[in-house]
Design a protein around this ligand. Structure first.
Ligand code: AMP
Ligand code: MG
Length: 333
């Protein structure tokens, strides 16, 4: 069982729960079919609002802790962005009644630290493109010590606790702590309900039965190599395209066997951001799966804001990890 009363675990569950529920409301209220293709304002508001909420709870509960968040408030402070700041403040008020625009900026900037020996890392909205398309996205918070992740929480507003896509539904929350397993509950349930169920990775050992996942956005991966990989492995199913770390949630729950982040041919120098991988990684590992880079090396979270020493990601149910790495090698991925 996971001890949800451990102070760090309790803080992370509560902060992500509140931030994600707010992001869910913002998606429902601000994203509409009338949105023009280039209008990113709903996700901008949600990104800032969610980081402010997590920054607020961290400041209250662990004032000295390091938080490496994806966002910073300087743009919001410029006079031309006053309208955006007012919108963000109005939403954050639902969680922190009476909060002022200046305080909102301070809570966002609670996350401008650089990584240290021990740090929290936050992606307030992972999968911004999914958010705008009305698809999957997640709020991801993790705690790192040294080079490895100790605790991770994922809030998934559009995924049901039974792992079904449920756009505009009540959402789910996943938590994993080193040595304590991976667990899921409803996003909006109260902490006292203790309604967490244990996640278990798929036991599939036949490569032909592997269900493969990749980014929805073709520019975030190498689509033709993903197809080549599937051929080499002998997998029969078409790769599932999905935004954000929700893919890690599905893998942890046994709803898929392999998740690849290959390097886009346009961005061979791309290195993953710590907040894009940390929470998802521990949720998969604690459910019994394995996560490495494309060369089979562990992801090293002690290298700053990016995983400088790692190329891409290969995540699996464990049993299929060696066959997956072999297939990657044979296609020179
Ligand atoms: P996904 O929806 O799984 O592709 O993950 C979304 C994340 O991909 C975003 O938060 C970005 O930080 C990250 N991303 C952006 N550009 C790239 C890229 N060229 N290659 C890989 N990931 C990227
Ligand atoms: Mg992200």
């Amino acid at each position: 069982m996971i001890n949800i009363n451990d102070p760090k675990t309790k803080f992370a569950i509560n902060a992500v729960r509140q931030a994600t529920a707010l992001a869910g409301d913002i998606q429902v209220e601000m994203v509409s079919k009338a949105l023009t293709k280039d209008d990113r304002s709903p996700v901008t508001v949600a990104d800032f609002a969610a980081q402010a909420v997590v920054g607020f709870f961290l400041e209250n509960q662990f004032p000295g802790a390091i938080l490496v968040g994806e966002e910073q408030a300087d743009v919001l402070r410029s006079p031309t962005e006053r309208g955006t700041l007012d919108k963000v403040t109005a939403f954050v008020n639902r969680v922190i009644p009476g909060v002022t625009p200046d305080q909102v900026c301070e809570y966002i900037d609670r996350g401008i630290d650089d990584p240290g020996e021990m740090y929290w890392t936050l992606d307030p909205i992972d999968g911004t493109k999914g958010f705008l398309r009305g698809a999957q996205y997640a709020c991801a918070l993790a705690y790192v010590e040294g080079s490895s992740v100790q605790l991770g929480v994922l809030g998934c507003p559009n995924l049901s606790p039974t792992l079904k896509e449920d756009i505009g539904g009540s959402g789910s929350l996943l938590v994993a702590k080193k040595g304590e397993g991976s667990w899921i509950s409803g996003l909006r349930e109260k902490q006292e309900d203790k309604g967490f169920s244990k996640l278990q990775i798929s036991t599939q050992s036949d490569p032909a039965g592997a269900r493969l996942m990749r980014s929805f956005e073709s520019g975030h991966t190498n689509v033709s190599q993903v197809e080549l990989f599937q051929e080499k492995l002998g997998g029969k199913a078409d790769p599932v395209r999905m935004d954000s770390q929700v893919k890690y949630a599905l893998l942890a729950a046994g709803e898929g066997e392999i998740y690849l982040r290959l390097l886009s041919p346009e961005r061979m120098d791309y290195r993953e951001k710590i907040w894009d991988q940390a929470a998802g990684l521990i949720i998969v590992e604690e459910a019994g799966g394995k996560v490495t880079d494309l060369d089979g090396k562990p992801l090293d979270f002690s290298q700053g804001r990016t995983l400088k020493k790692n190329r891409g990601v290969c995540a699996s149910n464990g049993t299929l990890h060696d066959p997956a790495l072999k297939a990657l090698k044979s296609i020179n991925a």
